[in-house]
Design a protein around this ligand. Structure first.
Ligand code: FS2
Ligand code: SF4
Length: 555
């Protein structure tokens, strides 16, 4: 196996025997086979599109498939075998409509790899040498770097697109781009410049999809409002819901009404508390625990069932595996121990039956207390901009010197304590803008406020990064600035998985300069590609707190 898609990749170069995330070699190779099959399917579907013979459900299927390969989503070999089979079936159905078996005319002139992906049988794909279909099959390190950065961006795009689709919002242009981009990763005729152009286009589609998701979320559940969320526990048994899926949150709250069971959020579900549609439920008790990587200890102490609606899932301990449920494209199985987490399927109408979880919760002990305080969330663009006058006045009066975007992901690496130290060391006239699970490194510190404006404004999940873009753009307008880089906003972003790669590409597509990224740079970015990013955007890796404070804040 070879996987280098996340920040925790082994030695900063690539996982080769098993994943630091817990992904086993068989699953990693199956994920590579699935991506390979998706590229062939994209090629055939593009041919079909030219003749109006494309698969009309190509987009949603490919989004789900890509999302499932994102870090910490799915560890179930059976799921990937099923998805590979379905991809080949779908590809062949389109091929039949387009070529009726006479593929040569369509395939003349395309690269050998593409022709293979477009025609390979299921049996041959499942037995093909993994090295011939995986990341290392592209020998040129810079081409490999550009192709794999694009694949990471597409996975992020797929995740956000899937969330929007679950709420009924989609955009065909996104599917057409995903199709083109998948094909481009097998096109040997493309220059490095063309591949860089595709990365920027991916970033632009990132902005589009994040906007689509923002609209879907706020039209369905209302505009989030600043909310103090309790971090302690009550006396009732509880269900813990993690991940990013707001529709699951909605259905779970409804199905637990009057059952005597409380619902607690975990990790990236914390911002759900800011939505008016969820605040009406008295049994939404609070947020339990911290970012995803602490779940082994925290899930054990929760005592009740846990629902993982999306990433980040950590392979579970025996002590709570029987209480851990997956849904959507999340999954886990382990052939050695025969453990397979229970999965809640979605019905054709989009609804789910959580009664098994509720019944289990009713027999469980209440959660063990981890802490007892509050944490703020709900500073979406609408909430933050509703006090724009106050914010602008504070900037003009010199009370706010800088906004520091510290969005992104958290992770296990001990170097990430840097983000806590950086937040603590920031001058008192700075405001942190955040989204994603990176916030758990500093959202429980008492950093105070500036004239009533809290010094940490949490816009929500990583899915809500669009709020930060809107806030920056609206501030630029208010200050009469044409260039977003002239704002008193600096970026010190923590990344972990491929959604963060997409958000980074989105910011670059908006020509945001001087982004500081850490705690390491993506392994998929080769030295030459990094050089391009430095020359074009002056991107850099984070350093130590003192150095970064000097260059970001005091410069
Ligand atoms: Fe955190 Fe994990 Fe949000 Fe990422 S919960 S790192 O995949 O999605 O951010
Ligand atoms: Fe390694 Fe990250 Fe890939 Fe997991 S997702 S196998 S930790 S690079």
């Amino acid at each position: 196996m070879f996987c280098f898609q996340c920040e925790e990749t082994m030695n900063g170069t690539g996982c080769t025997k098993s994943g630091m995330c817990g992904k086993k070699e068989d699953v990693s190779i199956l994920q590579d086979r699935l991506i390979y099959a998706l590229k062939g399917y994209a090629f055939c579907n593009q041919q079909g599109r030219k003749k109006n013979a494309d698969d009309k459900t190509f987009g949603p299927f490919v989004l789900e498939a890509l999302f499932s390969t994102l870090t910490n989503v799915n560890f179930d070999a059976g799921y990937f075998e099923k998805m590979i089979r379905e991809t080949i079936q779908r590809r062949d159905a389109v091929c039949q409509k387009v070529c009726s078996g006479a593929c040569d005319s369509v395939l003349s002139g395309v690269s050998k790899g593409m022709a293979d992906a477009a025609t390979i049988s299921l049996d041959k794909l499942m037995t093909k040498d993994p090295e011939e279909i995986g990341i290392l099959a592209t020998e040129n390190v810079d081409v490999r770097s550009l192709r794999e950065t694009l694949i990471c961006g597409l996975k992020g795009l797929a995740a956000y697109g899937t969330h929007a689709l679950i709420l009924g919002s989609e955009d065909e242009s996104v599917y057409i781009f995903v199709e083109k981009a998948l094909i481009s990763t097998m096109d040997d005729t493309l220059s490095a410049d063309q591949l860089v152009g595709l990365l920027m286009e991916c970033g632009s589609f990132g902005v589009k999809v994040l906007a689509l998701l923002d609209t879907a979320n706020t039209q369905t559940y209302g505009n989030p409002v600043p909310t103090a969320v309790k971090t302690g526990v009550r006396k009732n048994p509880g269900i813990l819901i993690s991940g990013h899926d707001l529709k699951d949150m909605d259905m779970l709250l409804e199905q637990t009404k009057g059952t005597g069971v409380d619902v607690y959020t975990h990790g990236e579900m914390l911002p759900a508390h800011g939505y008016p549609a969820f605040q009406k439920y008295d049994h939404l008790a609070g947020n339990y625990g911290n970012a995803w990587w602490l779940q082994k200890e925290e899930f054990e102490k929760f005592n009740g069932p846990i629902l993982m609606t999306t990433n980040c899932l950590v392979p579970p301990k025996d002590t709570y595996a029987d209480r851990l449920f997956t849904t959507n494209m999340v999954g886990f199985s382990d052939s050695k121990t025969n453990l397979k987490l229970k999965h809640i399927p979605v019905r054709v109408d989009g609804s789910k039956d959580f009664s098994e979880i509720v019944k289990m919760a009713q027999k469980c002990k209440p959660p063990e207390s981890l802490e007892d305080g509050t944490v703020m969330t709900g500073f979406s663009h609408s909430a933050t901009l509703s006090v724009a006058d106050k914010v602008i006045a504070a900037v003009k009066a010199g009370q706010i010197q800088k906004f520091v975007v510290m969005a992104g992901c958290d992770g296990r690496r001990k170097e990430r304590s840097y983000y806590t130290d950086f937040a603590k060391a920031l001058p008192k006239d700075t405001v942190i803008l955040t989204a994603g699970c990176a916030k758990y490194r500093y959202n429980k510190l008492d950093l105070g406020d500036i004239g009533g404006i809290p010094r940490v404004l949490d816009a929500g999940q990583c899915n809500d990064c669009y709020s930060l873009v809107v806030i920056a753009m609206e501030l630029a307008k208010a200050f009469g600035l044409e260039n977003i880089n002239d704002l008193p906003v600096v970026y010190n972003i923590a990344w972990y998985e491929q959604k963060a790669c997409l958000v980074l590409l989105a910011l670059l597509s908006l020509n945001v300069q001087n982004i500081v990224l850490g705690p390491t740079l993506p392994a998929c970015v080769s030295p030459n590609v990094l050089d391009v990013l430095i020359k074009t955007f002056n991107i850099s890796k984070n350093s130590d707190v003192e150095t970064d404070m000097k260059r970001l804040i005091l410069a």
